[in-house]
Design a protein around this ligand. Sequence first.
Ligand code: SAM
Ligand code: DTB
Ligand code: SF4
Length: 333
Amino acid sequence: MQVLKHDWTTDEILTIYNKPFLDLVYEAATIQRENKDYNEVQISSLISIKTGGCAEDCSYCPQAARYHTDLDVQALMQVNQVVDAAVKAKEGGASRLCMGAAWREVRDNRDFDRVIDMVKAVNELDMEVCCTLGMLTENQAQRLADAGLYAYNHNLDTSEEDYKRIITTRTYDDRLNTIKNVRKAKLTVCSGGIVGLGETVEDRVSMLQTLANMEKHPESVPINALVPVKGTPLENQPLIPIWEMVRMIATARIIMPKSVVRLSAGRNEMSTLEQAFCFMAGANSIFAGDKLLTTPNPAFVDDMAMFELLGLKSREAFKNGRPDNLKKKELTT
Ligand code: SAM
Ligand code: DTB
Ligand code: SF4
């Protein structure tokens, strides 16, 4: 029986992270195999509903207005465009749809009203609807929940100690506060980070510790490998060695055994065998579709070929039941 622990010490996590590689993968795989349906991988699809022109200075991000990246800035999409994209994603096997906006925070204006309409419309397709829109107040989180949102993504990205090196226009506490607001609205939490920013192993461990010691583990933990983008301050950052990516996924799987761990950005640079190692180490979700938000992702047909080759199955929506805001629907379907 997997006991969820919320008082992980730095040393405990560091010891796991630094285990001999094969011991670490074996332990994570064992835990993954205790979960039923261990062969299932959730397919999530991303839509960038508002692209670029962001006021923040996240040094990894191509969408920050202050960096000169080769990016087409796009205003907020129309609801019908989002629905069309969602239908296509569903037909391709996606059970979750994540809508991302390059906003510092949500404002109570007509744009937010439109996002609420997008959430309602995609929810009608019976997909898990996720948004990542920047900082949220409690009231805004509640509006999203009332519209039928399933999850809110808000990444910690790195450790509290390392945060100021990566982002100066907001604080770690701002981040944690939004996650608290998301929890208050009884939404599920999607929160993880990025490896390859030039952080230390201690920073990675510290970020995982913050996630694992939350009152409730985030239901979903995305592990992104930095995609270095020309024009951003981190453009020359070397690619993260696959060994570190696997260690990060395995450690997340061991300390948060029931969470969905998502092999997120960076797959385009990985071979099928490298990705297979990530699945072995406990990753059970991916973003599929030719594009992440703004950077390339493996072609959909290649991902399907990978599923076939590895015998993976795509996971259906709401496998862990529906949260309170979506319960009514469960009774009627
Ligand atoms: N603006 C909102 C925010 O920052 O919360 C939502 C969108 S933002 C692009 C979502 C996440 O994408 C970031 O928190 C970061 O983890 C990830 N991300 C952005 N650029 C990335 C890159 N170049 N490589 C890997 N992950 C990246
Ligand atoms: C997450 O952790 N990774 C996704 C999603 N959540 C929003 C975003 C990755 C973005 C990679 C860079 C880009 O394509 O712009
Ligand atoms: Fe803006 Fe989000 Fe990119 Fe930061 S990560 S610059 S907040 S879009």
